[in-house]
Structure formats: C-alpha cells, structure tokens
Design a binder for this molecule. Structure first.
Ligand SMILES: [Zn+2]
Length: 175
C-alpha cells in the first residue's frame, strides 16, 4: 500500500515536469526533495542535460543540489527524493552520498524510459542500495503513479516531434 503523501507529491511532480513542455527544452524527467518531518517542499527541478549541454544535469542531481545549497548542509538525512523516473546509477549514488531517507519513483528506466530516452546502464537503485555502507539504507519506493509518469514520456515525445526539436541524447530513430 503506497502512502497517500507519496501519491500526492508524485502527482504534483508530474504536473511540474509537464510544465517543461512549454519551454525550449521539454523533458519527462522531474525531481523534488521534501522534508519528511515537516512535509515542506525543499526543491524541484527538471533534467537540464540538453539545455546546459551537460550529461550530469539529471533532474535528481539538480534537485539535490538545490536542496543542499538552500539548506547549506551536505546531508539530506530526514528528506525524501521523488523522481518521475527510476534514478540512474549516477543519480542513485548521489542520493546515497546525500544520505536521503528514501527515494520514490514513478516510471521504470528500462521498461518505460528507454525507448524514448536510451539509458546508459542497467544497474538498479536497489543494487546500489544493497552495497551501502551506512545504516539505515535508503528506502526505495518504486512505481508510484507509474502510468502518469509513463504518459510524460509519450507526451514529451509528441511535443518534441510536433515542434521538430532535436531528438533526446543517444536517440537516432523515431519511436
Ligand atoms: Zn540520473
């Protein structure tokens, strides 16, 4: 049973992420960090890989950076990260370094995202968490509002092709 707060926050994150469709760089990837105690939204970000020409500017990394800079502290212990898509190994490692309590995600990287945004690796967040040296390990809550998050990929692709925008990185064919 998925907690109502996770569903509510993921719905809000999907809405926020869809607002990128009106920008020059539409993206289906969005991430947010909440304080688990107070329920306060600390940060919210899109993926900015194409906008910044930076392969590390995934949504999760951008949300983590915003949250730590805002709080002026390295640890996000006591916080939960939400992502419209399962974090890649780079982002999941960052979540572990940031000491987040939990990661909640919607779509799957390989099953849902990969046909639209080809993925560079198949290491799952759970595999990385299993190798964590700190206790308690980061909790992974998968597939929250998965259908809504899957729809973001489809919608983003439609927006991109309607506006004849550049294909996502590593894509050389149309879906
Ligand atoms: Zn990532």
């Amino acid at each position: 049973m998925i907690e109502a707060r996770h569903i509510e926050r993921m719905k809000r994150l999907v809405e926020y992420t869809a607002s990128s469709f009106g920008t020059p760089f539409p993206s289906p990837f969005g991430s947010a960090v909440y304080d688990a105690q107070t329920g306060l939204l600390l940060s919210q970000a899109y993926d900015a890989v194409m906008r910044e020409c930076d392969p590390t500017q995934h949504a999760e990394l951008n949300a983590i950076r915003q949250a730590t800079q805002q709080r002026r502290q390295l640890s996000l212990a006591g916080c939960i990260l939400y992502s419209t898509c399962e974090p890649c190994p780079m982002c999941m490692s960052a979540c572990i370094w940031a000491e987040l309590d939990a990661v909640v995600f919607g779509a799957s990287t390989l099953e849902d995202a990969n046909p639209y945004w080809p993925q560079a690796s198949d290491i799952s967040p759970q595999e990385l968490v299993a190798r964590m040296r700190r206790e308690p390990q980061c909790l992974i809550i998968p597939h929250v509002e998965r259908a809504r998050c899957q729809a973001l990929f489809k919608q983003c692709d439609a927006v991109r092709s309607a506006r004849r925008l550049e294909l996502p990185p590593h894509r050389d064919d149309a879906v």
